[in-house]
Each structure stands twice: as C-alpha cells, then as structure tokens.
Design a binder for this molecule. Sequence first.
Ligand SMILES: *Cc1c(COP(=O)(O)O)cnc(C)c1O
Length: 545
Amino acid sequence: MTLADRLARPDLADLPPVDLAGAPAPGTIRLDANENPFEPLAGKGDINRYPEPQPAALRQRMADLYGVDAARLWVSRGSDDAIDLLSRAFLVPGQDRILVVEPTFSAYAQFARIQGAQVSSVRMDDDFTFDADAVLAAAKDGAAPKLLFVCTPNNPTATPVDPDDVRRLCRELPDTLVVADEAYGEFTDTPSLAPETGAIENLVVLRTLSKAYGLAGARIGCAIASPDIIGWLARVSPPYPLPGPSIDAALTALAPERMPVHMDRVRRLVADRDRLAQQFRDVGEVEALYAGGNYLFLVVADPADLARRLAAAGVKVRFRPKAAPGGVRITVGTPAENRAMLAVFGIAEERPAGRRAAVTRDTAETRIAVEIDLDTPEPRRVIDTGIGFFDHMLDQVAAHGGFGLTLSCTGDTHIDAHHSVEDVALALGSALDKALGDRAGIGRFGFALPMDETQADVRVDLSGRPYSRFEGEFSADKVGDLPTEMVPHVFRSLADSMRAAIHVRVDGENDHHKVEAAFKAFGRALRQGLSTGASGGIPSTKGSL
Ligand SMILES: *Cc1c(COP(=O)(O)O)cnc(C)c1O
C-alpha cells in the first residue's frame, strides 16, 4: 500500500479519478459532451467546448517552471483549490485533524473545517519565528495530523522557514503530509522544495501564478507531490475545474519571451519592499516590521486605527483582528500607490513615481514583451531579440537614452531577421509612446556623434506626429546578423509607433560604425527628448502634443 493510499479517505478508494484524456485529435467530430457546436459569441478560442480536465500543455509548462516531472504536478484553480482538494482527499470528517502554525493563511483551517476535520494550531512566539521543535511537539501530541501546513515565507508575518526544518518535519512525521505553501517563493532566495517531492514521499508543495506572474484573476496554481498523491487529487477534482480562458492566459503569461519581464518585476517589487521597510524603520510609529514575499507586516500599537486611517486615504490593507491581531499587512504596489500609502505615515516619497509602460505584441511571426522605465534611478537592460547585433544596437539606444529596458522576442528568425526586427521596433516604439503619456515636459532634440571616420546626426521631435527621414547608404548586406536594409526600416517603425519625427543622417566608410553611430546618436537624442528636467510643461505652443 502506498503512503497516499494509507493516508487517504478509505471511503473514496473506489472512486474513479477524473478522466485525464487529453484534447481530442484535430478533425475529431465532437458529439460526446453535449456542447453547443456553433461559433462562440464571446471570448477568444473555442469556449463553446469543455476545457481539458488537466491541460497537458500548461501542466508541462508549469512542471518545467518548477523543475519537476509533469506526472507530479496537478494544475488547480488557484492554490486555494489545491488546499481544498487535499482536504477532501485526505481528511476523514469527524476524525482527522490538520496542524497549522499561526498566525497564517486562513484557507488551511477554513477548508479543513468545511471538510468536518479538526484544526490544531501552534502559535508562533512574539517575534514570529518558526520553531520546528514546537511544531513537532504539537504534531506528536495526539493522533498524527493528516496535513501539516507550512507557509514559507509565512503569510502574513513574512517568516521564512528553513528548508531543513521542512525536511525534518517530513522525516519525523511519516504519517502526515507536510504541505509547504510556496505562494511567495519567487520573492525569496530560499530554494524551492518542489524538486524534492521526488525523494520525500510525504511532501506536498503548493505554487501559484497569482502573485509573481500577475494572474490572480485567472485562478491558476498547482500542487506538486508524488504521482500517488496527485492520483488522489484527481479522484476528488471536479470534472473540468479550469476555465479555458484562464488556461490560455496562463500559457501566454508563461511564454518564454514574457519571462524576463516577470523576473524584472519580481526583482523590482523586492527592491521596493526593502526600500519601504527602510522608510518605515525611520518613522516612530512602527514597533516591528517583517518583510517577505511582496508584502510587509507592520506591528503597531493600534493596528485597527492604522487600518482606518489608511482606508480614509483610500488605501485598503489587510487587518485581521482575530487571525493576526497585532499588525497590518501591506502589499507592495506601484510607486504611485506606495507613495499614497506612505503619505499616511507622514513619509514624503522623494523619488518620482516614474513613467513606465509594458507592451506585449503577438502575431503569427513574432511574440514580443517589452517593459520600459524612463525614470528609474538604476536603469537595467535585458534585451533578447534573437538577433545578436540588433540586441547590441537596442542596448546602445537604452544606455544612451538613459532608460531601463526589458525586451524579449521569440520570432521566426529561422526564416530571416525581417519580422523580428520590424515588430520589435514597433513594440518598442509603442512602449515609449505609452510611457510618455501626455508627453508633459518632454521636448524636441538632436544629437550628432562622430565615430572614427563616421558621423551620425539624429534629430527627434516627440511631437505626437510620426515622420521618418533616413539619409545614408550601406555597402554590406549585413552587420553581424542584422540586415543593413532593416536599419532605415527600424527608424521608420519607431517613428510610426512612438509618434515622433525621427531624422537620421549618417555617412562614413565602415558600415558597422555607421549603424552603431546612428543608434547611439538616436539614444542620445532620446535622452534629451525624454528628459522632464527643464520646464515641466508640455513643450509646444499649442499646449498639447
Ligand atoms: C495568496 C496565497 C495563496 C492563494 O493563491 P491562489 O493561487 O490565488 O489561490 C495560497 N497561499 C498563500 C499563503 C497565499 O498568500
């Protein structure tokens, strides 16, 4: 008998698992599910059809993401749903119990109670550290809990849990499934326990796309465990738990070219979290502060009053007087949101809120994700278009332009560079256009740059009206892997999508120099044009651009 069979509800042993047959072969006449055969009048794709019970492509993608075999991963309707499935499969009503380490995420106790199970709890000490000895003592006091929930880092107290503690709990509690909830794993340096579910039979790891991947509304998460445990989740799952549009959204969000943007955002949220923590430490009101995940837990003398004052300023935070009475949990928001929240503490944020924009662009030929940040004090550049020399040129534009750029493209470069170069230029231009917003404070500028024998002269007018002029000849077909005929094209696409006049004149002997000088000078002209320094107003006598 496997561990899962031994711990699961005996009354469900003969329940068949949900049918995991994949999508039917294309061309199959689908008369099996009483669906409506006609083209849907809403949404994208075939939402008139039932979705796959376990979408094979998404299951594989998430398995790759978390470094496990797909047979060990169950895609759930958020990780909340995975907690519910575990409760249904393993907790015998009126008999079993779970163990939680409080204060913690309330769903563990809630689903256990709905299932008719008991909830035992250990309270963390006053400074919210995780005491594995205390947890073990509570687990061994009475019948073994069927499920022990360890939230790492803990919500709301941000307490990190040492993976060695989790391993030890697994080892010393062989009749308990230890559930490590890694909802905020992306925001920590602690390595995930997911790959260890292969070796540790009673370990279950929960992950979610709600936090780091920005998909809370799609409701996609997963449980990772031995195939035996996964088999039990399949027994208690509803037949079609995951909405088709959510499956599509998750696959799109996790596409390779989106990943650099996700990683950059996570890095940024962590940096902002730590900066906020520092700002709070500098004011008297906060007694203790715990930072983890994408949130802060502030222990204050009167948390109810603080929550009220924040609410009065239009800022909603989490205050649970019963579950976590001592403090409020505050999510890290956008710079503008953080600024509004800090104002309630009397903290004046000096950094500008910043002009930023993200653009995604998917066609049959290319898939592109761009994020730019025009005002970041530490501009980072992560650029991968699949065309090395073009990456180098865009890097020059961002470096000389003085802005942060994360840009990634998966394109049909096996055919040629054409589609990728053009679409990247369009997407980058759109992102600049979007970040510029009402174009308040920006200007019209030019820059001339010599490079050995070459000279490039670029003038940019961020006028809101597209116009492009390119004077220059190339004798080589390519520089690096970038076709030279695409160079004027890039500036035209940028002019169109960023709604700017861009005039480029370049002459010299060496094509490499000419291309590079043109991009560098463009970056420099942009830097001047994007600057909000001088007047702060809209740089046109018409008052709008
Ligand atoms: C947010 C959160 C989840 C729930 O995630 P969903 O996938 O959105 O259901 C699970 N566990 C913890 C600790 C959380 O904070």
